[in-house]
Design a protein around this ligand. Structure first.
Ligand code: RIB
Ligand code: CA
Length: 323
């Protein structure tokens, strides 16, 4: 039996974070050591509750959830209620969490796990505030981390400004710390994730499974699809965050190019841009592998297969929380 890759998922659920969590928790090649939450799509209270609700619904009981940073390092938080709703996970009724977050802060959980466990990969699908705080407080973890896989940034157009993608824009200073850390980084930008579209054919495959967790995912994507149609004019919603998990599971899914990436922390119109030196004109040493193409068919095979593997009976849905 192949040795499982130990991971920590740092996230801001968030509709697509929920799919990343479901993939990370049950794919046979991964061992999810902890789920850490951060402010981003919504307040950290809401992203934490959402992570716990998804774990309740999917009966993910063995993975600790730790609440993290409530504010970006130096700026004011600008949540994405227009995309994810007031709860951060609008759409389906959410079960009341059957457990609470652990008492330890997410940054301490990241530090302690990386110091005590070899070859951990940190997957970040929200703003990088927790990650930057951990490597700033305990730089020795940089030599122990196997790598950081992050959904964030864009080679070209942003999605929260013309220049910046949401996760980076929410906390540009944190992103700059991470990209300048020297830790091996795999960046999964919008150019990749905008190919991971939950088309009607994908939705039909999920619905045809007739199981509660894929059905829950359909409810999430129905809501996500309405906001992506309204805000961006997308015919189908892109599921950004599970792409970062899938990139670790199956490296051949995404073409990667090594390059130097800088994060803009001062520009009036360009704040939060990931400046990707595709042609190496800056002469700086590459600090990241940046994703380009996605084998979308294979990505959905992988995700749907894992979602289908969840137990036939979800838990807690009957005690859905009224929003
Ligand atoms: O720009 C997309 C990213 O921002 C995703 O991680 C989504 O969940 C939001 O956090
Ligand atoms: Ca996210």
């Amino acid at each position: 039996m192949e040795k499982k890759q130990k991971i920590i998922l740092d996230c801001d659920p968030g509709h697509d974070d929920a799919l990343a969590l479901l993939l990370a928790a049950r794919h046979p090649s991964l061992e999810l050591l902890a789920i850490t939450t951060v402010a981003g799509n919504q307040t950290v209270e809401k992203t934490t509750r959402n992570a716990l609700s998804v774990c309740t619904l999917a009966r993910i009981r063995e993975v600790p959830v730790a609440k993290g940073m409530a504010q970006p390092l130096v700026r004011e938080a600008r949540y994405a209620a227009d995309i994810h709703g007031e709860s951060g996970l609008d759409g389906p009724p959410l079960p009341l969490p059957e457990r609470e977050a652990v008492s330890e802060h997410a940054v301490d959980v990241i530090i302690d796990l990386v110091r005590s466990t070899d070859d951990v990969v940190l997957i970040a699908t929200g703003p990088l505030t927790n990650v930057a705080s951990a490597i700033t407080r305990e730089p020795t973890i940089l030599s122990r981390l196997k790598g950081i896989y992050l959904m964030g940034g864009a080679i070209g157009l942003g999605n929260v400004t013309p220049a910046a993608e949401f996760n980076i824009y929410f906390d540009p200073e944190a992103a700059a710390i991470v990209f300048n850390s020297g830790c091996p980084i795999t960046m999964i930008p919008l150019e990749v994730t905008h190919q991971a579209l939950a088309t009607p054919a994908v939705m039909e495959r999920l619905r045809s499974l007739g199981r509660p967790v894929p059905a829950f995912v359909c409810q999430l994507l129905d809501f996500f699809g309405t906001t992506y149609r309204r805000v961006f004019g997308f015919a189908a919603p892109p599921v950004h965050d599970p792409c970062a998990v899938a990139a670790l599971i199956e490296p051949t899914l995404i073409n990667m190019h090594r390059m130097y990436v800088a994060v803009e922390t001062r520009g009036e119109y360009t704040l939060g841009r990931t400046v990707c030196d595709v042609y190496g004109v800056l002469g700086r040493r590459a600090n990241a592998r940046v994703g380009y193409g996605l084998d979308a068919a294979r990505f959905w095979e992988l995700l749907i297969e894992t979602l289908a593997s969840y137990e036939a009976v979800a838990s807690g849905v009957g005690a859905a929380e009224q929003k």
